[in-house]
Structures are given as structure tokens and as C-alpha cells.
Design a protein around this ligand. Sequence first.
Ligand code: NDP
Length: 288
Amino acid sequence: QRTPVTVIGLGDMGRALAGAFLDGGHPTTVWNRTASRAEALAARGATTAATAAEAVAASPLTVVCLLDHDAVREVLGPVAGDLRGRTLVNLTNGTPRQARENAGWAAEHGADYVDGGIMAVPPMIGRPEALVLYSGSPTAFAAHERTLGALGTATHLGTDPGLAALYDLALLSAMYGMFGGFFHALALTRSEKIPAAEFTPLVVSWLGAMMTSLPEMARAVDSGDHPATGSNLGMQAAAYVNLLDASREQGVATGLVEPMRALLHRGVAAGHGGDDLSRLVELLRTNP
Ligand code: NDP
């Protein structure tokens, strides 16, 4: 008999999570504010709880996946007493501070708390390429690692409950940086009616080539030593101005690309023009 699991929150992600637990053979209890969203899962064998309290009481492990931190507080606040002696795994996107706050709140009510960040979209859930990052209670994670493995590859980052959110948001910031650059590139090329589908293969291979420099940059960031490897910061600051000028001339808004210009010029002004671009990381800290 597999461990029974409760899933609270049946949006696009919560339904995928509950579906993966069902596929893994776990007796699965579900609850959602809008009850109709549980129907398809019930048809697949899930037990539908009438209230969140009933849902929590049904399993030693409750997985929560709601829109945001406020929704988590709203739904779990009234059922705190029902969580005593159980494990709460919160896969709602949030900040490290919110995760630490939740962990403190759970501890006050005698519950083990694990926070998580889902690095996947719903159709990936249940497959090994769905990475789910966890942090918080190591004993609760160890006790439920196999069950959580039904969702994808489970990685525990450490005891500090805020770590999963920090990693998650850092990875998302890298992703949005890439999307932002890509969207700007397409706006530029489309200003000359070049079809996006024609231009995009070049972007994919260019980004692939540039990505190979990330591990070397990481070593520079860790060591604090940023020797230029043929593309110094001063040269890039000069070239970047062309990117902005061309955008304006082509009728493309510069909002997505302006901040990098400001940062490059700050690097030059601080005397780092001869260094590698990786020097910019330390200029981003507001409380060094
Ligand atoms: P959806 O918008 O599809 O679902 C939101 C869920 O939150 C619904 O179950 C909704 O209930 C519930 N909810 C919202 N507000 C409240 C409230 N005040 N009280 C009770 N329930 C509430 O979002 P997703 O399922 O896509 O995302 C859920 C979480 O997973 C988010 O934190 C998201 O960032 C994270 N995530 C999502 C990914 C994705 O690709 N979808 C990827 C990685 C993480 P109701 O049905 O009643 O409206």
C-alpha cells in the first residue's frame, strides 16, 4: 500500500500533481475552492474531500499548490489544528521569506514543513525531467521522498525552508532574462518583416554557444577574479549603445534592454572596463 496523499489546490498544476500521485498508485484525496475542478480526478479514483480540514485529516502528507502565499494562508489558516503530527509540503510559488514564515507557522502547530519549487510545466509532471526542488525539514523529506518522486525528480537543497524558493526564483530570473532578450530580438527582426520562425534557429544556436561560457563565469564570480577572455566589459558597453540606437531607429521599445546598458556603464565607471562581463554580478547587490 502506497502512502496516502492529499492535494489542496486543483489549478492547472495541482491537477497535474494529483494525477501523478494517482498514476503512482497513491490513495489521493483532493480539495479545491471550486469543487467542480475535482471531477475528472474523482473519475480517476481520487477521493473528494468536502472541506480543506477533511482533506488534511485524510493523509499523513498534504501537498498544497495554490495561486500565491495569500491563498495558502487563507486556505490553511483555519485548518492549522488538523495538521498536527502531519507533513505539509507547499509547492506554491513564493519568496524565501514566505517559506520561512510558513515553516515557523507549521512548527507552532506541530506540523513538519517542506517548501518546494516546481521547475516544470504541468504536462511534464510525473516524468523525470520535471525537477522539483525542496527545502526544509530533512526528516519529513526523507520520510516522503519516494512519494514525492511520483511528481518528478525530487531534490532536497537543505534545512533552511527558504532555499527552494530562492533557487526557484533565481532560475526563473535566468529564464525571463532569456525570454526578454528573445522577444526584443524578434521585435527588431520583425521591424524588417523577417518572419520569427526564420530567425529563431539562429537565436537557438547563438544562445547555445553563449551558454557554454556560464560555468567559466560562475568560477569568476566565486573567485572574485574576472580576467577578460577576449570580450572585455568596456568593448561591450560601447557596442551595446548600438543595440539601443538601432532599436529606437527601428521603432522598437528599449524598456527590456535599457537596464543592461546602465549596468555596463556602471561597470566601466567603476574602473572594470578591462574585466570580463561576469564582474557585473557584484554590482547588482544592493547590500554588499
Ligand atoms: P491556476 O491559476 O491554474 O490555479 C490556481 C489555484 O489556486 C486554483 O486551485 C484556485 O482555486 C486556487 N486559489 C487561488 N486563490 C485562492 C484563494 N484565495 N482561496 C482558495 N484557493 C485559491 O495556477 P497553477 O495551478 O498553474 O499554479 C499554482 C501554483 O503553482 C502557483 O504558485 C504557480 O506559480 C506554481 N507553478 C505553476 C506552474 C505552471 O506552469 N502552471 C509551473 C511552476 C509552478 P479555484 O479553482 O477555486 O480558483
